[in-house]
Ligand binder design. Structure first.
Ligand SMILES: [Zn+2]
Length: 323
């Protein structure tokens, strides 16, 4: 019985031990809630837990080779559902809750348990939660609901109280960094940067690698490390708000590091550790109060994005910072 040994899960030993104990001792509740920061692997644990519970091997569950394990892994099992927010609206609609109700009252096809994973459960709207609540309140047969959420805000107390809440802790920076070195073939410095920059959120680290944002970050830092940099700010796709948000985050982490060096903090707190020599050099160009002003300005530009301020205005403001 070892979920971790046969999956790519990083960390979460205590959470997995606890979940395994629930299963082994036949204390599986009808609803679980996996609660913890986004991007740390809660969904991966949920999928592998589903495999373990339905695995047909006598030992070594999940075996990853039986039909049940393979079908769940490939989302082909008729007794396994992953419910996610609708892409455009970013909300889980009532139709999903109605569908869950219908499916959960039918006979189970071929597995020991029928499992519903509700990912980003905090994105269920009012009507969806109301409809789901009725299903959770009257559990039928071997249905297991796993709600995954990064926050309890916006989730009805009545739903939370129906669930056995399992709190997922953030991953250790060193675990994330080692995973990136071993599985994504990254060098030590870059993986260290990614682990620290994302605060141990492996999902976010992988997003940065896959979407080529590391190259974008290099472009931005290259501009910030030159003294004559007026109008050198890299081209911004003005229709991509996400891109400006990432730009601002890169800049914030950069100036935060400069401030830490300026005020004599230890190197272990530096995020952009792969650019340490440049950080030490650039920190000399500013006073501490310059840093506070720049950092405050950047934080307010981040807010501009949420307030739907025109992207060009935000970009022009960023350019004033890099002068
Ligand atoms: Zn199996």
């Amino acid at each position: 019985m070892d979920i971790k040994a046969r999956s790519n899960i990083i960390g979460h030993k205590n959470e997995i031990d606890f979940l395994t104990t629930l299963y082994v001792n036949k204390k599986l509740p009808s609803s679980l809630m996996f609660l913890g920061p986004s991007g740390i692997g809660k969904r991966l644990v949920a999928i592998n837990y589903a495999k373990m519970i339905n695995c047909s091997s006598d030992t070594n569950k999940p075996c990853n080779t039986c039909q049940n394990c393979i079908k769940i892994e490939n989302n082909l099992s008729p007794d396994f559902y992953i419910i996610k927010p609708e892409e455009k609206k970013n909300v889980i609609r009532i139709d999903e809750a109605r569908n869950i109700k219908k499916q959960s009252s039918a006979s189970i096809y071929e597995s020991a348990y029928r499992i519903f994973i509700i990912d980003d459960a905090q994105k269920m709207n009012f009507q969806t939660q109301n409809a789901l609540l009725k299903t959770l309140e009257e559990p039928i047969g071997n249905n297991l609901f796993i709600l995954i959420s990064d926050s309890l805000t916006g989730i009805f107390d009545t739903i939370v109280s129906r669930c056995y809440v399992v709190k997922f802790m953030p991953l250790a920076i060193s675990d994330v960094s080692n995973h990136l070195i071993n599985n994504c073939k990254m060098n030590k410095e870059t993986s260290n940067f990614l682990a620290k920059y994302t605060g141990g959120k492996i999902g976010e680290a992988i997003r940065l690698v896959r979407t080529d944002l590391l190259a974008r970050r290099s472009e931005i830092i290259n501009v910030l490390t030159k003294r004559s940099r007026i109008n050198n700010f890299p081209e911004v796709n003005l229709s991509a708000k996400g891109m400006i948000r990432d730009d601002i985050k890169f800049m914030l982490s950069w100036f935060r590091d400069l401030l830490l060096v300026k005020t004599g903090q230890r190197e272990e707190f530096i995020i952009n550790i792969d650019r340490m020599a440049e950080i030490e050099n650039c920190a000399k160009w500013y006073t501490v109060s310059d840093f506070y002003k720049i950092i405050n300005d950047l934080i307010s530009y981040e807010d501009y994005i949420d307030y739907n301020v025109n992207s060009k205005i935000i970009r022009d403001n960023l350019m004033t910072i890099v002068k």
